[in-house]
Design a protein around this ligand. Structure first.
Ligand code: ATP
Ligand code: LTN
Length: 332
């Protein structure tokens, strides 16, 4: 599909709550550090937020908060196309097309679906939860994406996207670029500090095990100092036997760039208190900088201008790809 043109990177976040340290280390940071090397797109996946019923006023606020947070985390709108998914109508039609390329069995095997469909309301499982992976595939394929930086929980969805692109190309002729996933070696699955066998999720809401990028720094420190550990008192990376300490090592390594081995070595003979203080210092330093920048990006007019310009640029590429898919399908 591609000649020598610039490679494309894309990622998105669901506006389902305030962004967490997990969202930053698992996805946003890896996007920001690479944005200059690619033709880059980042969007707020608001259609993905209505997979379950949501308060419209809260959703509107969450979208703006998410954009402001992208900018505070270092997304540069001069370099990167920043947009809201629902502003580019092509996502809906392409999502519909990709849903029809997908098998029930494939969607039933999605780990996220299995996990999230455990807490269902009295009306049963929302179909949105079931069919959102092909919408995510549409998001990716519309922009001829080469690389998708995401956390580990989203790897399976990007792999499905590759399968769907291949399937479509085989059936209807070369139409889509096949994307690769980028999973950071460290920080790809940050765990809840109080329950370090579960992922840290933004939709869990305020709780002592989740660090939000907007948390007061005193609270961040308190959450880290009271993180669940073990009784061994050795700072050693062992996800099975020592999930709490391993999670804190991953957080420190992903935040500072220091290797896990080097952290283990430096803390030989030191206690958990000292180790946790260093993790808290590093995370507060990171989050403090993000919060300072966030102040500058709260103006809704500035955010609107960025989103309007971003959607215009995104739409051009999305329309082109959708057109190609329609022609291939015989819909045009
Ligand atoms: P929700 O609670 O609504 O499922 P979430 O916190 O899992 O939200 P998403 O919007 O699903 O966040 O994901 C945004 C990006 O952040 C994705 O690339 C996802 O893989 C990544 N991500 C989410 N949580 C973590 C985590 N704990 N560690 C690493 N990456 C994460
Ligand atoms: N499904 C993802 C958010 C998301 C996404 C995307 C990420 C929607 N479309 C495209 C990367 C690329 C989630 O729930 N975290």
């Amino acid at each position: 599909m591609k000649n020598n043109e610039q490679k494309v990177m894309l990622t998105g976040v669901r506006p389902s709550g305030n962004l967490t340290l997990g969202n930053y280390l698992g996805a946003i940071k890896n996007f920001v550090t690479r944005q200059a090397q690619y033709k880059s797109y980042i969007f707020v996946a608001d259609l993905h937020a209505i997979t379950s019923p949501r308060d419209p006023a809260e959703l509107r606020i969450a979208v703006n908060d998410c954009i402001a947070m992208y900018l505070a985390c270092g997304v540069d709108p001069e370099q990167t196309i920043v947009f809201r998914q629902s502003d580019v109508l092509e996502h809906g039609i392409m999502g519909f097309i990709m849903t029809f390329q997908t098998h029930m069995g494939e969607l039933s095997r999605m780990t996220q679906f299995k996990l999230k469909s455990q807490n269902v309301g009295k009306n049963g499982i929302d179909t949105g939860l079931f069919v959102y992976p092909p919408l995510m595939s549409a998001d990716i394929l519309l922009y001829n994406t080469d690389i998708v930086p995401v956390g580990l929980d989203q790897q399976q969805h990007v792999e499905l996207t590759r399968d769907l692109a291949q399937r479509f190309n085989k059936r209807y002729g070369d139409t889509f670029n096949e994307p690769d996933v980028y999973i950071a070696p460290v920080g790809n699955k940050i765990l809840n500090l109080q329950n370090p066998t579960e992922k840290m999720n933004k939709s869990d809401g305020p709780n002592p095990g989740t660090i939000f990028l907007m948390d007061d720094l005193k609270l961040v420190r308190k959450k880290i100092m009271s993180a669940v550990t073990d009784s061994e008192s050795v700072v050693r990376f062992d996800e099975e036997a020592k999930p709490g300490i391993s999670n804190l090592i991953s957080i420190l390594a992903a935040t500072t760039g220091e290797s896990i081995e080097s952290i283990e070595k430096r803390f030989v003979g030191h206690g958990y208190g000292e180790f946790k203080r260093e993790v808290a210092d590093a995370v507060c330093n990171l989050i403090g900088n993000i919060q300072t920048k966030h102040q500058q990006f709260k103006n809704p007019d500035v955010l609107d201008a960025i989103l309007t310009a971003g959607a215009e640029r995104a739409r051009i590429v999305a329309a082109e790809t959708l057109n190609r898919a329609r022609v291939a399908l015989g819909l045009k």
